[in-house]
Design a binder for this molecule. Structure first.
Ligand code: FEO
Length: 160
């Protein structure tokens, strides 16, 4: 059975993943609006992943006899001054998530909750991948000097 503290912390993480889902949906809407449907598709798929993360934690709480409590999801930003700023916003959110997951992992150890620690390892690995893939896109966007270069990224992200 999950401790009260662990249940509360995992519920907060459900909310954080829901916010990430919302943020990527907002990014999808932005890229659709500025006519980059390929990048918008990438954002939609990313949003789907966030929903999966949220549900993984949701199901885990239930499986361990905890109670899922859903709370308000904050509104994400809905406009950015450039594609790069949009991806930087996504990276900042991923960094926050990484920090929160690491804190959850520490908490699991403090509580001698080995099952939660093992459960959270998947998220620790996942965050390395998420931060790395977004950082790579930002790096590439930084080097793009022409509209043609941007369209190349658009085409590649469409293939996700
Ligand atoms: Fe669920 Fe991208 O962190």
């Amino acid at each position: 059975m999950l401790s009260k503290k662990m249940t509360k912390a995992l519920n907060q993480q459900v909310n954080m993943e829901a916010y990430s889902y919302y943020l990527y949906l907002s990014l999808a809407a932005y890229f659709d609006h500025i006519n980059f449907p390929g990048i918008a598709k990438w954002q939609r798929l990313q949003a789907n992943e966030e929903q999966e993360h949220m549900m993984k934690i949701f199901n885990y709480i239930t499986e361990r006899g905890g109670r899922v409590i859903l709370t308000d999801i904050a509104a994400p930003k809905n406009d950015w001054t450039s594609p790069i700023k949009a991806f930087e916003n996504a990276l900042a959110q991923e960094k926050k998530v990484t920090k929160a997951i690491h804190q959850l992992y520490d908490k699991a150890h403090q509580e001698n909750d080995h099952a939660s620690a093992i459960f959270l390892q998947w998220f620790i690995t996942e965050q390395v991948e998420e931060e790395s893939s977004i950082s790579l896109i930002i790096e590439r966007l930084r080097h793009v000097k022409t509209q043609a270069g941007l369209l190349l990224i658009e085409r590649e992200l469409n293939e996700r």
